[in-house]
Design a protein around this ligand. Structure first.
Ligand code: AMP
Length: 189
């Protein structure tokens, strides 16, 4: 059973098509008999995702820092709710426990989390699959910026393979299912 870590928005203000995408992803994770590990709140896409996993009988692990839990935003129906002292400890647990990482659309929190996972892979500190689920081309400008990094030698072009980009949840999960650890060049030129 694979444990899929999903980073995504905590906003309740975003349009419904993003909620639909989070729900579809959650249902598909459960239908594959995989489990979800995520930030542990019931807000925004995070809540929609966790509820969708449960709606199809899946298993949900939430990892939430105590200061956020105190704000009463935890998803209390999680099968497992791990309470951490800090945001950093939360990320460490998610990174260690997960077999794969997906970023749905999100804000600073989501970006920071997925970029750390890509950074660690670049340094060969893990070799797990990473997917940017680019719903409605939300990450378009970020991907243009990534090309800027490659073109100006701030990152090796080979590192385009650190992550895959798709708007299709089915394709994302099939990439994860068939993933073989990559042979990566060293980070430095
Ligand atoms: P954001 O994309 O800024 O909405 O942040 C959501 C992501 O960052 C999630 O994947 C969480 O793990 C983490 N996070 C940051 N802030 C929050 C918050 N207020 N509530 C829940 N999770 C948060």
């Amino acid at each position: 059973m694979k444990k899929i870590c999903v980073f995504c928005s905590s906003s309740d203000r975003i349009k419904s098509s993003f909620f639909k995408a989070a729900t579809e992803l959650g249902e598909m994770i459960a239908q594959k008999n995989w489990s979800l590990i995520y930030g542990g709140t019931d807000m925004g896409l995070m809540g929609a995702l966790a509820r969708a996993v449960h709606s199809k009988g899946g298993y949900v692990t939430g990892v939430i820092p105590a200061f956020l839990k105190e704000k009463n935003i935890a998803y209390n129906k999680a099968d497992e709710l791990l309470i951490t002292e800090s945001m950093r400890e939360r990320k460490k647990i998610m990174e260690e426990k997960a077999d794969a990482f997906i970023a749905l659309p999100g804000g600073f929190g989501t970006l920071e989390e997925i970029l750390e996972i890509i950074t660690l892979k670049q340094l060969h500190l893990h070799n797990k699959p990473v997917v940017l689920l680019n719903i409605e081309d939300y990450y378009k400008d970020l991907l243009v910026f990534f090309e800027n990094m490659y073109n100006k030698s701030f990152a090796k072009p080979d590192y385009r393979k650190l992550y895959v980009i798709t708007s299709d949840a089915e394709k994302a999960l099939s990439y994860i299912q068939n993933y073989r650890p990559l042979q990566l060049q060293s980070k430095w030129f």
